[in-house]
Write a protein that binds this ligand. Structure first.
Ligand code: UD1
Ligand code: CA
Length: 470
């Protein structure tokens, strides 16, 4: 449900010099999602109807990411020169036209902001008679942050930027996290009254607070960790591990066994059902979903993979854009490439690569095989070292193995080719023609044994070695 009286402005025009990066700061991913996108997602999840991302440094890159990732509810507004946060908000108001509800202001570099926090601020705003509600936070070291200045009665009077603060003001550890809800009409007027008469010569958004204080500022104290900003890559790493832990802990609370939350990498877009098991060092990304009772062992890396109930992914299964069916088994060391489907009870074992192939119900390829562009029926047994020769240098060709076929070890199937129902391909066969149902395909040269020949060979090799060592 969206709340039409709220819109958001997300500030993301700053340079982020301390990241030492060619990528604009707000595009650095945190658990798979650019940091600004976490903030956008939080406001959308909180029910905010529209949001403006203020862009400046790296403008084209940020704009195209916004367009690719979000729908028309999210627009960008350029800030031509970075004259301060007040100027940035002014730029962000432009696309909102004559909107007269509440404007939420957040920063694009605070990816730990979540919908619950945004909703609490929205409720604080709605309960307030004044024009401004904001979060405040306590930090151990407030250096660099704006400080909250209150009167004797505890009412917020104004904010004081670190660079403008007196030594006494600097001792205050209650700081401004930079998250506000401000009535649009009041905000427009207040912004027009800002001046650059301060230590940084900038238009400070924070000066709006003093203007609101005569009518009452609603301050909501909030754990500062949720609003931690990212300025350098040390903070990036720290925020990412905080978020990772938050996701893993939420999963554990919902009934998923998470063996080691600190090394469980689950992106926010992933769904894991209760009663699944995630072993240490598992990476689940994109649209991956894990059903109840699935067991994902250590080292598995899954991108956009659907794992059905009771499936067992043994260590180091790497899979993308595929479906692993009920009670199917993979690995250890299996590679499931895009557009593959393992139907129920199917199995691929160690060092098996499967690509764009359907492996039917109960079928197995247990060792060292390549199955590419295949259509494999039910109860097919594929022996060790089987290769689907799918590529002739120009086209990718299909190999069809019908129900109950048996493929002996070390066979090559030169596609396009079909092995009929219940047919038997003898070990070491190079299959070049279709095999009829229930037929035996055999292509080997006859074996010859030469009596005593091995001993003679060894003698000859020993003599050669002696010659060389002289
Ligand atoms: C700001 C606050 C400070 C608060 C701190 C929280 C002001 C004046 N100060 O300080 O009280 O404690 O955030 O982190 O607001 N930005 C633009 N255009 C600009 C300037 C900034 O888009 O012209 C963006 C930046 O990209 C960033 C955000 O606004 O996302 C905050 O700017 P930053 O320079 O980091 O503000 P601080 O000086 O840290
Ligand atoms: Ca600044």
């Amino acid at each position: 449900m969206t709340t039409p009286e709220f819109a958001a402005v997300i500030l993301a025009a700053g340079q982020g010099t301390r990241m030492k990066s060619s990528l604009p700061k707000v595009l650095h991913p945190v658990l798979g999602l650019p940091m600004y996108a976490h903030v956008v997602q939080a406001v959308l999840d909180a029910g905010v109807g529209r949001a403006v991302v203020v862009v400046g440094h790296g403008r084209e890159a940020v704009e195209s990411d916004v367009q690719a990732r979000f729908d028309a509810r999210i627009v960008c507004a350029p800030q031509e020169r970075q004259l301060g946060t007040g100027d940035a908000v002014r730029a962000g108001l432009a696309p909102l036209g004559s909107f007269d509800g509440w404007v939420l202001v957040l920063c694009g570099d605070t990816p730990l902001v979540h919908a619950g926090l945004v909703r609490s601020l929205m409720e604080a705003a709605q309960a307030s008679s004044g024009p401004l509600a904001m979060l405040t936070g306590e930090v151990a070291d407030p250096t660099g942050y704006g400080r909250i200045v209150r009167d004797a009665g505890g009412n917020v009077l104004r904010l004081r930027e670190h660079k403008d603060a007196s030594p006494e003001e600097r001792a205050n550890r209650e700081v401004n996290p930079g998250v506000y809800a401000i009535r649009a009409g009041f905000l427009r007027e207040a912004l027009s009254r800002l001046s650059t008469d301060n230590a940084q010569g900038e238009l400070y958004l924070t000066d709006v607070v003093e203007q609101a204080s005569t009518q009452g500022v609603r301050a909501l104290s909030w754990p500062f960790a949720d609003t931690q900003g990212i300025n350098d890559r040390a903070q990036l790493a720290q925020c990412e591990s905080t978020l990772r832990l938050r996701v893993a802990t939420d999963l554990a609370r919902s009934g998923v066994t998470v063996r080691d939350p600190a090394t469980t990498y689950v992106e926010l877009s992933v769904k894991v059902a209760p009663d699944a098991i995630l072993e240490p060092n598992v990476h689940l990304r994109g649209t991956t979903s894990i059903a109840a009772g699935a067991h994902i062992e250590t080292g598995c890396v899954l991108n956009d993979v659907e794992v059905a109930s009771g499936a067992h992914l043994k260590p180091y299964t790497v899979a993308a854009r595929s479906i692993i069916g009920p009670r199917a088994e993979t690995g250890p060391f299996a590679h499931v490439r895009p557009e593959s489907v393992l139907e129920e009870d199917a199995k691929i074992g160690n060092f098996v690569e499967i690509k764009k192939t359907r492996l039917g119900k109960g079928s197995k390829a247990s060792h060292l095989s390549y199955l590419g562009d295949g259509e494999i029926g039910a109860d097919v047994n594929i022996g060790a070292g089987t290769i689907f020769c799918n590529y002739d240098g120009v086209n990718k060709n299909t190999t069809v193995l019908e129900d109950g076929a048996f493929i002996g070890s070390d066979s090559q199937l030169i596609a396009p080719v079909r092995v009929g129902k219940g047919a038997y391909v003898a070990t070491g066969t190079t299959v070049t023609m279709d095999v009829p149902d229930d037929a035996l395909a055999l292509s080997r040269t006859k074996q010859a044994n030469k009596q005593g020949y091995a001993r003679r060979l060894r003698g000859r090799f020993a003599a050669l070695k002696e010659d060389r060592n002289k």
